[in-house]
Structures are given as structure tokens and as C-alpha cells.
Design a protein around this ligand. Sequence first.
Ligand code: H53
Length: 807
Amino acid sequence: MATVTSKTLEGALGAKLRLNFGSTVEEATDAQMMKACALVLRDMMAIREVETKQMVRREEKRQVHYMSLEFLMGRSLMKNAYNLGLLPQLRQALENLGFRAADIFELEPDAALGNGGLGRLAACYLDSMTTLEIPATGYSICYELGLFRQKIIEGQQVELPDNWKDLGDAWLMPKPQETEEVHFGGNIREFWADGYHHVVHENYQTVLAIPCDMEIAGYETRHTNTLRLWDAKSPSPVDMSLFSQGEYLKATEAHAMAEVIAKVLYPEDKHIEGKSLRLKQQYFFVSATVQSVARRHLETYGTLKNFHEKNVFQVNDTHPALVIPELMRLLIDDAGLSWDEAWYITTHSVAYTNHTVLSEALERWPQDLIQRNLPRIWQVLVEISNRWQKKVEDFYHDSTKTEDMAIIWGGQVRMANLCIAGGMAVNGVSGLHSGILKKDLFRNAYGMEPWKFQNVTNGIDHRRWLSEINPGLDRLIRDLAGGDEYLLHPTALSRLDDYADDAEVLQRLSEIKRKNKEAFADYARRTQDVVLNPDAIFDVQVKRLHEYKRQLLNALHIITLYQQLQDDPGRSMQPQTFLFGAKAAPGYAVAKRIIHLINSLADQINHDPICKDKLQVVFLENYRVSLAEQLIPASEVSQQISTAGKEASGTGNMKFMMNGALTVGTLDGANVEMHDLLGDENMFLFGLHADEVAELKARGYLPQRLYARDPILRRALDQLKTGFRDGVSYEDLFARLVTGSNCAADEYLLLADFAAYCAAEKRMVETYANPAEWNRMSLHNIARSGMFAADRAVAEYADHIWHVGHR
Ligand code: H53
């Protein structure tokens, strides 16, 4: 293809504006220009996507189908321009046409079709799968409303709808000709005829699944993949027979039921509610996906008997677990295969990633919900469950193990066990987490089928999370580590290690951070209406609000610092700015209280003159991908302080490390692997280890003793009861930690780790006083972060689970 210059882009943008918006460049608004940019890039990607599909078909390549109820894509304009190698040209073209490129990029809404780590991981993997030239498609739902927007009003979270499609739909290409039908409810009729057993699903309600495709560009490749988002539509706008009887409201009911499926993303990150709409969402996207993959496979090969040789479904957590019975249904009922043939194909084409050991996040569906909504799937599940149970009994002859590994038990369907039974591989997302799966959560399944269990430590898209968002650091790396080599070979970052004693390099590194801090302070002033002190340490904890992530431990430590300052207002100290960002699930009351507490604390500290230029606390509103992109390059300290054993991996931890922030953290999730690479000397580790947590709990943990014994801790906790200048008391949070209220006190062991945490923070502040030492540590963090690139993780999936070739 001819090289695309800024001039070519100017022409293309002008044409788009005229054709799609009937507008000249001069008349166009920023929003129209943003859409025009998206459409111009989309055209280029569409051409490449068609070529890629043709190549995959011609060469009969095995394909990966990455199934996830969440893809937290964030913005795409800069990313696509970057991957297409057009970012400088696009910037130039926009400026030449009289627009500010930064304003246009800033206007794009985040596509927040996900809650947090799990959804963002899927987005990063799409980038890597494409860059590694793996034939892959992501599948999810085209939610009309993404994750809610968060407003903080009087210190409390208020949720607002996220209408991302207003502008974000520019990336979507509807393909109505590839619509699939999904059937709900009804009944099953079975009969024998012509020597065959027939199964007929009848009286069902049909929902149409319409694909809206988003193209995914890879870096330095023409290979282009697709994210297929299914939109839900009713086959008819009204039921005319009811309408003609005057039943107007009833006549539109089926229509409403169909379209509500794609209305909104469930905002619970690790909590299952067992709501029938959620089950419908899951089956809707699973069934549409399986049918569309099978249809294409049949078009190419004329049979489904080799389906498993050419396709693999990667199941992102158990949310798409119904892929197993759905594929069985299709192979048996539609394609006429025997149970054994279908089971062989299914168990050779599905692989499952587990992302959590928290029991409240392990999906279990009430069986009557499935029976009612998915009667045929229920029958298939019963058969899978019975056969699996027999296998377990024959292997172990132990009823407790039978119960533990059962798929249907006590009126519930356990989705993780279904995935283990029906999958060819099960993986955890960090070394520690995969070990816990084998030793603990899935120990019996591991005992029976050890070959299924693997580990793939998570990774992040380092082109987005380093190169694109931190141009200063990108420049330094290019100068020192072999130009742009690290973009495709992230371990090239390790060359930075050679400069650990180079004062000039360390100085440059610290100047880059300083500039990023100033840029973020500027951004925060414009968008959050806060004034940050760039001389302070930027100490950051941004992630979903969950008790196990222990934002409350961070707050308790800040309370202690504040109390020390109250005791000695003249005390000289290294200024510290604590930045928080977190959304709480709307129904998670304790999480919302913790947000309120952080805001009360911030209000107190920021209004107290003794804290001026010493202590500052800021709760950043509406934390999301695009805010993270501004904040992470400016961060100096990364708080990764979950109770050991609870955070499966974490990926924020990797983003901070890659941008030179130092970690204050526990030995949890991927922090363990960070520590393996960095040693004690390059991070601030503290707290109980996972096995110690388990031991302490087994022994009987008594937080009241710690409260009684440690006066510093006691004083911080008592402050929760007293509250702050806004007059709100946090006695409920105090009770949760100290006395227990409807639950065991301090489930996540904040009190047990408090003293060690304060000591780690102290070490961190002391180290900061020595800039050469700090910058050296920061350099080592960047240098050793190559291991956490998603390219490495995706290559491991490709080699050990999917068995597909890659670049
Ligand atoms: O998945 C991330 C992990 C992280 C884990 C997270 C996650 C969700 O975001 C949602 C549900 C779930 O079960 C797990 O908490 O530790 O890094 C990607 O693997």
C-alpha cells in the first residue's frame, strides 16, 4: 500500500465529513471530526480484515475464539492510529485542518464494556493476539450502556448511565446478514421416528443476535482481527395478534424482553446475583457465537467432525461456560453426531481460565432458572453431570470428593466444575494463584486429571501502557535499549539494567517523571477540579473497590500519619499526596462506605492548615481506562496491598512497574513474580504470606487483641468512630474490623498487617529522600517488566493451550 501521509489523511477526513455528515472541514465540530477519524481508520482496517479472513480460510488455520462477557477497551483512536503506524500523520493532519489533536483524542468516550481486571485483560490480549498474527476473534455483548459513570456527591458515589455509543459507535460495523437466532424458554418434545430419537425444542421465544464488529489492528502487521459484539433484537416490533385484540402493552412485551438483553453491563465485579437476565445474557452471546463459528466452519470444511482441529474457545472465567452444553447441543441435535463424538470434539475445543478463588465470585446457577429458560441445555447439562459424576466415583470411590467435584448438586449448577469437566485446559493467572487452584480450590480435579492444569501469568499491552501513554519514557528506552525493538520484543527492556549507575540516565528518568507529574496535575486541575502538589510523592491506589484489596488499610495508615502531624504540627516531612480511584459495585454497601470514608478523610486533611504542603488525599472521580492512562505515567508509588492469596494476579501492578513506579505490596498474585525479578531491594514488601494467612485463620484470628495491644493502631481505628469534620461516623467500618458485625471481624486481616504496612511506607519515604537510589530502583523496575507484556502471555497460551502458530 502506498504510504499514508498527513496529506492523504487530510483528504480522507474531508471526504468523510462531506459524505457522512454533510459538513465541510470548516463547519465540522470536534465530535464530527472524531467520528470522521474513526471512520477513516476503520476503512483501512476493514480492508485488512477481509484479507486476513481470506488468508485464514485459504490456509485452513486453526482459530482462537476468545469468549468474554467483558472487554474493557477504553479508547481506540490513538491506539489504532498507533498500531497502523499513523499516529504522527494523524496528529499532523488534524492540526493542519485547524483542530487540536489532543482535544479530538480526549473527546472519544471510553468503551467501558467491562468492570476491571478481567475485562481489561481481554482487551490487552486482543491487541497481542493480533500483533502476534494469531487468527483470533473476541466475542461479547454490544452493551448499550457500559460500566456506569461515577460522580462523587457529598463524598458519596452516585451512578450515572454510560451512553458510550453516542460517539463510540463509529468503530462498530453492523453485519445484519450474519444474524443468528437464539431460543429461550419453551418445552422439549422427544419421540422416536424412522429408528431415530428426535428432540424438538418448541414454543420458544426467539431473540435475534446481530453482530456489530469492531476491527482490531495489530502493531507492524497487516493481520487484523475482530471483536464481535452481539446486539439483541426482537424478530418483530409488536405481536400483531395481541395488538389487534387491543392488548397494546402486552403486544410489545416480547420485543422489550429481547432488547433488554443487551441493555447494560452488570456492574458487579466479583459477585454473582443469580439473576435471570444475566443468565440470558450469557446464553445469548454463547449461543450466537457457537452457531456463527460452526456455520463458518461448515462453509469451509463441509463437516463438523474436524471442528476441534480448527477451533478453540478460550473461556474467560466461567461466564461463557454454557459454550460446553451449547456446542454439545449443536453437534448432537443439529449435526446429528453421537454423544461420544460430540463430547470428544467439545472437550478438545474448550479451554478455561479461572480468575479468582473468592467463593462469592464462583458462579452457581439455581437449576430451576436454567430449566425454565434453557430447557434443552438443561437436559444436556444433566447428562454431562451424570457421566462426570460416574467418572469421579469410579476414580476416587469417595463421596466427599464426588460432592466436591459435582456439576449439579443441591439444586445448583456449578460452572467452574462444568468448565473443568468439559475443557481441555484449566489455567490460573499467576504462579501463586495457579498453585492455589491445584492445592486447594480444585485439588480433587487436579488429582484426577493433573495434565489439564496450567499457569499463564497475566500480561498487559505494553505498547499502550508504556509506549503510547508515556512518550518521554518511550524516548529514553529507544535511546538506550535498541530503538523500537522493545515494542515487539519486550524483554529488550532489560538492557536498561546496564544504566543503573549512569547518573545522567537516572537524572533523565527523574525529569521524565517530574514532567508527567506536572502534566497529570494539569489534567487533574482541568478535569477533577483539584490542585495537586507535584513536589509530593504521588502514592497511588487505583482499582475496583473491594475489601480484599484493602483500600481501608491504606486509609488507616493515612489517618495515622495525620495523627502524628497533629501531635507535632511543626514536624518536617516528605510531602505525600495519596491518590485513590475506585468504583464500587452499586449494591456493595461496605465498598460504598469506604469510598465515603476516603472522601471524608480527604476533606479533613485538605482543609487542615497543618497539612499544607505535607499531606494531601485525593479521591479521583470516575476512575476508568483513560484516566489510568494519564495517571500511571505520573505515579511514583503503586499500592498493591491485597490480603495474600486473594488477588489472583493483578494487572495494574504491572502497569505501574512498567512506568517506573515502586511497589508497596504484599506477596500476592503477580507481585510474587515481580518480587522474583526485583528482589527485596527493588520493592517495598510487607505482610503475611498466603500460607501464613491460611494458618492464622485456621488457628483462630483475634483482631481484638491487636486492637488492645497496639496503641497506634487503636488510635487510628478509634478515629473511624469519631469521624471527621463533616460529622459522619464510620462506626460500622470500625465494627467490621474490630468487633465483627454479622460476620467474623476483619476478614481480610487489615489489623494483622497494619504495623508491617506502616513500616513499609516508612521505608519507602526514607528511600525517596535519596533520589539516586530511588531512580535506580525505578530503572530496574522498568527494565525487568518485559516479562509482564501481554505478548509473552499470549504466546504461552498459543504454545501450550491453543496450539496455534504465531509470529
Ligand atoms: O481478573 C484479573 C486479575 C485479578 C482478578 C480479576 C477478576 C475480575 O476483574 C473479575 C472477576 C474475576 O473473577 C477476577 O481479580 O486479580 O488480574 C485478570 O486475570
